[in-house]
Design a protein around this ligand. Sequence first.
Ligand SMILES: NC(=O)c1ccc[n+]([C@@H]2O[C@H](COP(=O)([O-])OP(=O)(O)OC[C@H]3O[C@@H](n4cnc5c(N)ncnc54)[C@H](OP(=O)(O)O)[C@@H]3O)[C@@H](O)[C@H]2O)c1
Length: 269
Amino acid sequence: MIAERVVLVTGASSGIGLETARLLTQEGLRVFGTSLPHEEPGELGFEILKLDVNSDESVSACLEGLLDQAGRLDVLVNNAGIGLVGMVEETSLAECKAVFETNYFGVVRMIRAVLPVMREQGSGLIINTSSVAGNIGVPYEAHYCATKVAIEGLTRALRCEVASFGIKVVVVAPGYVRTNFYNVLRQATEQLEAYDEVRERALESFNESARAGSDAPTIARVVVNIVRSKSPRLRYWAGSDARLYGWVEKLAPAFLTDRIMRKKFVPDQ
Ligand SMILES: NC(=O)c1ccc[n+]([C@@H]2O[C@H](COP(=O)([O-])OP(=O)(O)OC[C@H]3O[C@@H](n4cnc5c(N)ncnc54)[C@H](OP(=O)(O)O)[C@@H]3O)[C@@H](O)[C@H]2O)c1
């Protein structure tokens, strides 16, 4: 049992966030989960706050609401995120910026809002959600991957900046997970014929991996273990495909992983 602490999970209306918020509640934490302002998620088993991570005002209001009710914040789980598929040449800058707005700047907004609170307390834990895709660099998902690489860099730097204030920062990197993520995935509006074959292969592999992915409670259990840990590591691979990748990354040289990806996605020349 974890001693009662206050936790905020962003994007808790579905998928990994929902399961994480539920599991942490069962563990005895006081959990606030967030849903988008226009949504009415109903009874989810934990307290709900409205939040759009794309908006400064919404982030401030969410934090104010939480502090009014709980008076402190011990753990922030930056889970809210969206997906985008499309080849780099096909994807407009506006589409690219939109995925960064939520997946990277949304996380930065949350972190900037909670740091003064955690510094004042002299303790805190921030868990940022990356993805194994960020480490691999999956064709057809380049900008999504880039947002997750950015999360990794942010986490590494921030971890050092705030360690002396008693604040820990870690990254959880799931592999493929069967959630609503794939139903609401954004797609680049332009489609160039030159990429038809690569796209077809990429989509095939994408759907196959998503179907074979972990379930959300598997990832939630990893997050609970991070919250339980007295000295959490920098990165947690979550799901069996992610753990396998973690080993491949440790053992295989970059040219080998590059060759595997090209064999999978690039049509024979
Ligand atoms: N599924 C995967 O295979 C996978 C793999 C690796 C990493 N991840 C990461 O895991 C995290 C959770 O994904 P998931 O698979 O659980 O997907 P999901 O079921 O679609 O959940 C995403 C959550 O984020 C919320 N959200 C989206 N935009 C938001 C915004 N602007 N402000 C606040 N909340 C917002 C969504 O709210 P609505 O439901 O109301 O839109 C939803 O609650 C994401 O960061 C994703 O990148 C997922």
